[in-house]
Design a protein around this ligand. Structure first.
Ligand SMILES: [Zn+2]
Length: 109
């Protein structure tokens, strides 16, 4: 989609901060707006607004990539767990937020 920042990032037209995963269909990179250190996004390279509109096979790949990246983030940031959320607002291109968390965190994200 022409004016979608995530389509541009997926196409390599906008530089990504630290790539965690990239395979042609899925790409994962640090969010520019770091809500907490390690805040990472996982997106399909094709444009879809809502997670429930993604074809099944691509949805499986997105979720699988998110699980792998979450394991990496857990180690890299010494997190107790990694929070996953999909909101669909902000940028209208489905994106999975991964947030490395501590059990002692009191921040609601
Ligand atoms: Zn897009």
């Amino acid at each position: 989609m022409e004016d979608c920042i995530f389509c541009k990032i997926a196409a390599g037209e906008v530089p990504k901060r630290k790539i965690h995963h990239e395979d042609g269909e899925i790409v994962s990179f640090l969010d520019l707006d770091q809500r907490i250190p390690g805040h990472t996004l996982v997106i399909p390279t094709s444009h879809h607004r809502w997670f429930y509109d993604i074809p099944d096979e691509l949805s499986n790949k997105l979720y699988r990539a998110a699980r792998v990246v979450a394991q990496e983030l857990k180690k890299e940031y010494g997190a107790d767990y990694v929070q996953l959320s999909i909101v669909g607002e902000g940028v209208a291109h489905v994106h999975v937020h991964l947030l490395p968390r501590k059990l002692s965190d009191s921040v609601s994200l």
